[in-house]
Write a new protein. Sequence first.
Length: 251
Amino acid sequence: MSQLDLALEAEISQKHLSFVESGRSVPSREMVLNLAERLDVPLRERNMMLLSAGYAPLFPERSLDDPAMAPARAAIDLVLKAHTPFPALAVDRHWNLVLANAALPPLLAGVSDRSLLEPPINVLRLSLHPGGLAPLIANLAEWRAHLMDRLHRQIEVTADPVLSRLRSELLAYSSDRESGPHGNVDSYAGLVVPLQLRTPQGVLSFLSTTTVFGTPIDVTLSELAVEAFLPADAATSDALRALATSRDGKA
């Protein structure tokens, strides 16, 4: 975005914006928030901008266990449970597992390195580690590229050092066992990248969606994402429903 474009978006003069950018003018608290909103800066970084400008942070950061977060926690639980018998999970800004529904654990039964399932569980590490789901993903090369692209874009926005270290770790994993797509991926017309997972029930194919809160005012909530997996074909849907029925019967 050019300086002129940003000035027009923020409804201020380009000259004033230039003075703010060069340090010749000290922005007000409202101006900092205005520019951050126009640039779609994450809430955590907005707090840092306010501190840099000499103002107190505006957006609180509370744990999901905080009583004030109870309505949000209940909403997330509701979304996850409603998605059953299909897997869904909530992750934080570092891709650590926060919550998951009952459909997820059966899909992790083939993970050979059980330490990857000990809290805190990093979803990206679990997916791409040679002892995790990687050997079970039929289209590993494709899925790996998809996840790494998402991680790269997240790092570009946040410059988060924890994510940068995670990216370096994931890039160091051996790709010897990566294989090409399983089945006819062209059936998705290049619109989505499926996850194709080898299981005792056969290869299950999923389409993933990501849901975030639209108007959060809490840092933790703004960085929370619900990753939901939908069956990409009838066979996957039938297998997941059968697994749920078997699980409920044992319960």
